[in-house]
Ligand binder design. Structure first.
Ligand SMILES: Cc1cc2nc3c(=O)[nH]c(=O)nc-3n(C[C@H](O)[C@H](O)[C@H](O)COP(=O)(O)O)c2cc1C
Ligand SMILES: CCCCC(=O)C(=O)O
Length: 365
C-alpha cells in the first residue's frame, strides 16, 4: 500500500544527513513563509455541487501545448542527487510514468541530455539569470536540442535569500555532487563549507546577474524560440508586465518559503494574477506553486483560475525514500486524491471547477 505524503516526509528526514534535510526543508529569515501558503490553502473551503454525472472523471489537461495526466507538475529543485544517487534521472522516469511535467533546475545534478533520455513526459528547463550570458546561451541551446519544451525564468531570486539553517550548518554542496550542466569554474563557490555561511548564497552573489530588468527579456527572446515562463510572480502589476512581454505562463510562487520573508502567500495572490491575465485578454496560463500537499489543493487552485499546480518537496521525499518508485508513488497519491475530489465536487474535468467552488481566500490588496 502506498504511504501517505507525511510518511514519505518522515522517511526522508530519517534517511538524509541533517544538513541536507535542512537544505530541503528550510526557509528564509524567520521561516514565516514555510507555513503561510499551507495556512491559506487550509482556510479555503470547497463548495461541492451534487447530482452531476461523475461516472467518468478525467483529470487530463494541457499545459503550454503538452498533454498531462493531471494538472500537476514537479517544481524545479536543485541537486536531486542529494536525495538519491540517480538524481533527476529517477525523477524524470517517475514524472513520465505518472504522466506529469518535470521542470529541471539549472542546478540539476545529471545532464540535460541524460534526463531527457530517461523522461517519457514533457520537460521544462528552469534558469536563473547568470552574469555570463554565453553560459546561459549554451544551456538554452542544449535544452532545445534535447527536446525541452519551455524555459522557466525564476524571477524571485536575484540572489539566494538568507536561510538560517543553511548558514548555521555552513551548508555547501558536497564535492561528489555537481551542477553538471554548468562549467566547473562557474560553480566553485557552491562547494567548500565555511562556518556560519551558506555556500549557495555566496555562489548566487558571485554568479547571478541581479541587474536584469524586463527589458532584458528581449535577449531571451532573441536567443530561443521556446515559450517563456516566469516563476515567482506575486502581483497583478508584474502579471500585466509579463503579458506585455509575451510571457506564455506565470508560476505564482513564494519559492517554497525560501526567498522573501513576510510576503503574501502564493495561494492568496492567485486571484489578482488570474484577473490581471484575464483583463489583458492574453494567451497566458497560470500555475500555482508551493504547499501543495493534497489533491484538494489542486482543486482549490483550479477553482481560483489556475491551469495547474507544481509540487516541490514531496517529490524529493519520494526520491529519498525509494528513487523512481517513491516519486511515482507520491505523484500518484496526489493524483488519486485529486480524482476523488473531482467526483465529490461534481467536477468531472479540470475545467469544471468554478470560481464559486471555493471560499474567498484573501482580502484585496
Ligand atoms: C531543495 C530545494 C531546491 C530548490 N531549487 C530550486 C531551483 O533550483 N530553482 C527554482 O526556481 N526553485 C527552486 N526551489 C523552489 C521550488 O521550485 C518550489 O518553488 C518550492 O519547492 C515549492 O514549494 P513546496 O516545496 O512546498 O512544494 C527549490 C526548492 C527546494 C525545496
Ligand atoms: C543556487 C541553488 C539555489 C536553489 C534554490 O533555488 C533553492 O534552494 O531554493
Amino acid at each position: 500500500m502506498a504511504l501517505a505524503l507525511h510518511a514519505y516526509e518522515a522517511a526522508a528526514k530519517e534517511r538524509l544527513p541533517g544538513p541536507v534535510w535542512d537544505f530541503f526543508a528550510g526557509g528564509s529569515g524567520t521561516e514565516s513563509m514555510l507555513t503561510a501558503g499551507r495556512k491559506a490553502l487550509d482556510r479555503m473551503q470547497l463548495r461541492p455541487r451534487c447530482l452531476v454525472d461523475v461516472s467518468h472523471c478525467d483529470p487530463r489537461t494541457r499545459l503550454l501545448g503538452s498533454d498531462l495526466a493531471a494538472p500537476l507538475a514537479v517544481a524545479p529543485m536543485a541537486y536531486h542527487r542529494l536525495a538519491h544517487p540517480e538524481g533527476e534521472v529517477a525523477t524524470a522516469r517517475a514524472a513520465g510514468e505518472a504522466g506529469v511535467l518535470l521542470t529541471v533546475s539549472m542546478f540539476a545534478s545529471r545532464t540535460l541530455e541524460v534526463i531527457a533520455a530517461a523522461a517519457s513526459g514533457p520537460l521544462w528547463l528552469q534558469l536563473y539569470w547568470l552574469r555570463n550570458r554565453a553560459v546561459m546561451r549554451d544551456l538554452i541551446h542544449r535544452a532545445e536540442a534535447a527536446g525541452y519544451r519551455a524555459l522557466v525564468l525564476t524571477v524571485d531570486a536575484p540572489r539566494v535569500a538568507t536561510r538560517p539553517r543553511d548558514a548555521r550548518n555552513g551548508w555547501a554542496i558536497p564535492p561528489d555532487i555537481r551542477a553538471v550542466n554548468l562549467p566547473e569554474e562557474t560553480m566553485s563557490a557552491s562547494h567548500g563549507s565555511r562556518a556560519g555561511e551558506s555556500a549557495i548564497a555566496r555562489h548566487s552573489r558571485d554568479q547571478f546577474d541581479s541587474s536584469i530588468t524586463w527589458a532584458d527579456l528581449a535577449w531571451l527572446r532573441e536567443t530561443t524560440s521556446l515559450p517563456l515562463v516566469l516563476k515567482g510572480v506575486l502581483t497583478a502589476e508584474d502579471a500585466e508586465l509579463a503579458v506585455k512581454h509575451g510571457v506564455s505562463a506565470l508560476i505564482v510562487s513564494n519559492h517554497g518559503g525560501r526567498q522573501l520573508d513576510f510576503a503574501r502567500s502564493a495561494p492568496e495572490c492567485l486571484t489578482e494574477i488570474v484577473e490581471a491575465v484575464k483583463a489583458a485578454d492574453a494567451e497566458c496560463q497560470v500555475v500555482l506553486d508551493g504547499a501543495i500537499r493534497h489533491g484538494a489543493d489542486i482543486a482549490k487552485a483550479l477553482c481560483l483560475g489556475a491551469d495547474a499546480v507544481m509540487t516541490g518537496r514531496p517529490a524529493l521525499w519520494g526520491l529519498a525514500h525509494s528513487g523512481t518508485e517513491g516519486v511515482t508513488a507520491v505523484l500518484r497519491h496526489l493524483m488519486d486524491e485529486f480524482e476523488e475530489v473531482m467526483a465529490l465536487m461534481g467536477a468531472p474535468t479540470p475545467t469544471d471547477f468554478p470560481r464559486t467552488g471555493v471560499t474567498q481566500p484573501t482580502c484585496p490588496h
